[in-house]
Design a binder for this molecule. Structure first.
Ligand SMILES: [Zn+2]
Length: 283
């Protein structure tokens, strides 16, 4: 509870310090906690990591290709289209996007290109892969207990971006951002962006917090590094453009569980929106 109250105070401070005329702000000065579109709820964004056949999966990061295909087919049957978060944000800014679902893949596992991409392509879906900028071509050494998984190489990331898949930053070294000194936060956000923009030969506008861990200094660092949005996991007082909540999807999630998770997202979003409105009324 203490932590939560502390974060609320910090979030309020960030919003209060923002200049009054938001409409004229360049993108990078948008207040943290701003909804993604005026008066709207958070978009539904699914969070995946690895799509592969895995015997051992202590962090529950892996969805089998069969299960993944079933989940994507379900979205398609429901009249929904899976898209990158970049496309989702653009659509929402234009007042459309009701039928869109964000599809995200954290860590940049090589199996994204091998298993996820062909299945997504079959439905005309897109997605975002958040890669660790300084670990391309290496493995997930940060997960000490899990099986080693290969990460996408520089060449693969270049090819994916050229084919229209959004590549976003997952920082440097897969390090949690909260608690890091300001200069390290700036390095994590700016340097990872610079490295990836070279690899994709274009703008990198999305960030994804390692471990979903975000606090106000981290969100401000991401905003000030020039990103357009950032993905977190949980709903929080920072929920908004720079802390988008996402729904974890695992190998146990058949269509009934996915449906239930959609309902849970809407409920959490309604509670977060209520808190945001009440907070706004007090400041
Ligand atoms: Zn990660």
């Amino acid at each position: 509870m203490d932590n939560e109250r502390g974060t609320v105070r910090s979030a309020q401070a960030g919003v209060t310090n923002a200049p009054p005329d938001r409409a004229r702000l360049p993108r990078s000065r948008r207040p943290v906690g701003e909804p993604t579109a005026p008066g709207s709820s958070s978009p539904w964004i699914l969070m995946y990591h690895s799509v592969a056949v895995e015997e051992e999966d202590p962090y529950q990061l892996t969805v089998s290709p069969e299960r993944f295909a079933e989940q994507i087919a379900w979205l398609h049957r429901r009249g929904r289209r899976g898209v990158s978060v970049r496309e989702l944000m653009r659509a929402r800014a234009q007042g459309r996007g009701d039928r869109l679902v964000g599809l995200t893949f954290d860590d940049g596992y090589a199996d994204f290109a091998r298993y996820a991409v062909p299945i997504l392509q079959a439905y005309g879906f897109t997605a975002t892969a958040y890669v660790v900028a300084d670990l391309l071509g290496q493995d997930n050494g940060w997960d000490t207990e899990g099986p080693r998984k290969e990460l996408l190489t520089v060449e693969e990331v270049t090819e994916l971006a050229a084919s229209g898949w959004e590549i976003g930053s997952h920082g440097l070294g897969h390090q949690a951002l909260p608690g890091l000194p300001a200069d390290v936060l700036a390095m994590q956000t700016r340097e990872s962006r610079r490295l990836l923009e070279e690899v994709v030969d274009g703008p990198v506008t999305g960030f994804c917090y390692p471990y979903g861990a975000v606090d106000l200094p981290a969100a401000l660092a991401v905003r000030d590094a020039g990103y357009d949005y950032a993905c977190a996991i949980a709903h929080s007082p920072l929920t908004g453009r720079f802390a988008l909540p996402r729904c974890y999807v695992g190998d146990r999630d058949g269509t009934w569980r996915l449906r239930a998770k959609k309902g849970r997202h809407q409920l959490r979003d309604a509670v977060a929106e209520l808190r945001r409105v009440r907070k706004g009324g007090r400041t």
